[in-house]
Design a protein around this ligand. Sequence first.
Ligand SMILES: *[C@@H]1O[C@H](CO)[C@@H](O)[C@H](O)[C@H]1NC(C)=O
Length: 328
Amino acid sequence: MLFLLLPLLAVLPGGENADGFEEPVSFHVIKISSFYNDSWERNLGSGWLGDLQTHTWDSKSSTIIFLWPWSRGNFSNEEWMELETLLRIHFIVVSEAVHRRVSELAFQYPCEIQVTAGCELHSGKLSGSFLRVAYQGLDYTSFPNNSCVPSPLGGDAAKRACKAFNQDQHNKDELHHFISDTCLRFLLGLLDAGKAYLQRQVKPKAWLSRGPSPGPGRLLLVCHVSGFYPKPVWVMWMRGEQEQPDTQRGDVLPNADGTWYLRATLEVAAGEAADLSCRVKHSSLEGQDIVLYWEHHNSVGLIILAVIVPLLLLIVCLALWFRKRCSH
Ligand SMILES: *[C@@H]1O[C@H](CO)[C@@H](O)[C@H](O)[C@H]1NC(C)=O
């Protein structure tokens, strides 16, 4: 059993910790603030557990929307209320700072500020935390080790902002408190509260199709794998037991229901497709790989052709015959 499992473990990207989560796991927030002029602004905020959105900031009511029943993690209602209050103050302070910068000619309208901040977990411990700020879509400042570093793209304005931030130790302590201590505590609580959902196993469905012809006498074989969870998956075109290294793996794309989709393609000469197969390994399959043969796929097409066409002809003949009889 172990012998059979070893190759599977070797091919699945990313290790898993004892709790069955893919490593590393992260929580981060994204904030996008747009300032059109000195009286029009819009704030978008969201919270993310890895790829999965868990929170939205509702700017109309200035409250946090919890997208999953477990999105509160292990924070108490008091803690959430405190966080909401802090965020409300944060939005006001940032808005005032931006308008001030515009009046100082450091920024200009329309103005777009993007912020992302979060922390990463490895083997149950904090493995990194980050805060990055962008202005007009370009890096502005980052905060490695809780101190502000201006981006070369940020110019003098970013340099001045960092100088002001770094002068005050209190700023660094606050930052550490949020993106390291609080974030880690929240992430651990969130993983625990959402365990049943996050550790579910959903089996992929796979099917083959023919892609647009890459050239005369060439075929593009497409293997679709969809509906699987968690994200790590192994898909390869095979000739017998031989992996085909020319297999092109697409991006793993999200389905609307939280599962994933991936396609793997292989370009071959038309005569060489016969003994090819697509093999799929996924943790939900428990070692029972999905194997789809191109030949069968093709013969399914032939069977359909062989059954449907005569059937259609028969129906048409019957219809004509009935019509004739009725008119008589
Ligand atoms: C600010 O921009 C908004 C949206 O375009 C516009 O409706 C509003 O009149 C502008 N206000 C000023 C003071 O220019």
